[in-house]
Design a protein around this ligand. Sequence first.
Ligand code: GLU
Length: 419
Amino acid sequence: MERINPFNNALKQLKESIAYLGLDEEYYRRLSTPEHIIEHPVTIVMDSGESKTFQGYRVQFNNALGPYKGGIRFHPLANIEEVKTLAFLMALKCAVVNIPMGGGKGGVQVNPKNLSAEELERLSRAWVKVFFHDIGPDRDIPAPDMYTNPQIMAWMADEYSKLAGHYTPASFTGKPVDKDGSEGREFATSQGGFYALTELVKKMGMQTGKIRVVIQGFGNVGYHAARILHEHGYKVVAVSDSRGGIYVEQGFNPDHVMQAKRERGVLVNAYCHGTVCDNIEHKKITNKELLELECDILIPAALENQITEKNADKIKARAVVELANGAITPEADTILDQKRIPVVPDVLANAGGVVVSYFEWQQNLENKKWTERKVLNKLEKIIKKEFNNIWIISRDKKVNLRTAAFILGIGRLVKAIKR
Ligand code: GLU
C-alpha cells in the first residue's frame, strides 16, 4: 500500500473549509490539534509462554459535541499519524450526521492474522487494562474498525466491566446482539452507504435495475454493501479482496461468492468452483483493474489511499461512494471533479456505523432493546437528511460533496466550540 501522510491530507481539506466559512485561523489551530494523544505499550503472554509487546494507541481528537467516539483497529501498519487522521475524521463524521458524539480512534500495531484466538482475547483485554482510565461511557466509547469485530468488543466490554466493578455495556459499541449490541450494527456501515447511494442515484437520474456496481473489498463492509445492493436490484458486477477480484458482466449474487470464499478462503480461487454459479462466465481481475472498470457506481470499501493522482484519471465509474475511510486522496478528488464524477465522501458514506453505535450506546444507557426496524428507520432518516443538506451546500457554493460535507460538519463543530 502506498504510504501518504494522511493527516496532511485531512488538514488541507480542513483549511479549505475554514476559508469557505470565513472563520479565522484560531479555529484552524483548534480543529487541527488533537486534544489527547495517548500511546501505551500493550504486553501479552503468547501461547508459547513468551511475552510480546505491541504498540497501542488512542487519539481523542475533539469532544465539543459529546464523548469521544471511534473504532480501534488491529493492523500491522497502524501508526499514530493514521490514528490521528481517523480520529479527526470521526469528529467530523459525527458532526456531519449531527449526533452528540466527539471524535476518537484507537489501534494496535499488530497482524491479528498471526494470533491465535486466545492471544487475540488476551490482546483485547490488555488494551482495556492499559487504556482503562482514558475511556468510559461518558468519556470515550470505542467500537470495531479494521480487523476488530463484535467478539473483540464483547471481550473489551467485559474487561472494562470487571475493572469498573460493575456491568458497563455502554463502554464499547459494536458488541454482539446477544451481548447488548444493537440490532443492525453489524451491517450498519453498509446500510448507511446504501441510503446515501440511493439518494445520489435519484439526483443523477439513474434507473434502478440497470445500475452496475463495482466494490473493492469483501470484508464486513464490502460484503454487506454487495449483499444489500443485490437485494435491491442493483447489478453487482465485480468484488475483490486483498488478493484480487472477480468480474461477471451480467452481475452475480454476492452470497454465492461469500459461501465459496468461506469454503476456500480466497475469493479469486473460490468463485465458481462447485458453487451454483459454475456456468457463469467470469474473469479474474487485480484490484488495480477493478478500480478502473467501466460501471455506474464504484465503491472502495477496503483500505485508504486507493484512488490517487496515479489512477484517478482512469476511473470510468459515473459516481463513487467512499465506504472506506480516506480511500480517495485530495489530488484524486480534484481529478474526479474535473471528470465530473461525483463522490459521496467517507464522512457521510460510512457514517452508518457510528450512527448505529450511538443508538447502541443510548440503548445500553437506558437498558432498552430497539427492533431492527426502528434502528434502520432512524438511520435512514439521518443519512438521507444529511445527504440532502450536503447536496444543497454543494449546489449553492459550487463545491464538491466532500467540501460541502466539511463545510456542514466544521460549521457544527465551530458552533459547539463557541457555546
Ligand atoms: N470504525 C467505524 C468508523 O470508522 C465506527 C466507529 C464507531 O462505531 O464508533 O466510523
